[in-house]
Design a protein around this ligand. Sequence first.
Ligand code: GAR
Length: 205
Amino acid sequence: MDKIAVAVLVSGGGTNLQAILDAERRGELSHAEVKVVVSSRADAYALERARAAGVEAVAVERGKCASQEEFEDGIERAIKNAGAEIIVLAGFMSILSERFTSRYPERIINVHPSLIPKFCGKGFYGLKVHEAVLAAGEKTTGATVHYVNEIPDGGEIIFQKEVAVKEGDTPETLQKRVMQEAEWQLLPRAVELTAERIAAERSAK
Ligand code: GAR
């Protein structure tokens, strides 16, 4: 059986990308294979991680595109060239338009570092999420993986996992714990689950 090709979209360090690549190397992705990594920034360390794993690495820089359409068309070209059917947003810091998301219903997976519907939507990304959790005095937080639709952080939830907030946490220590205990575990599982579903739909036809 051919594996379902996956494109991972990134903007920064790429630890969630690494978690997917590590799961693949350990043989935990029986239905999915990462074929291309697309970064919105040419200097993203995630691109190095892709190359180190022998995966095609492409930069489509938002800043160099005249419009959102041009940016998304560049991303789509890389996705299509790789034959990818699943798109993973792994620390991808641009919001995709409805024109783009509506083409891939239940095929785009996002990881968000909070328990949606808390601390999500426009303006909540990266460390800002953890700063807000600490400012609100929350005792627990966590991560969510979900399908992407036209509402930022509003698509169907695939998995969520709670993580404790500890006395003396800084946004950085909390971010690290949420990644280690939740994001890096949930995201590869969501990729495999989605690939398994697509493979099953295909063989039922
Ligand atoms: C992760 O915590 C991810 O959940 C978050 O950015 C970080 C990226 O880290 N994403 C968002 O906030 C999206 N709304 P990484 O580049 O090391 O995977």
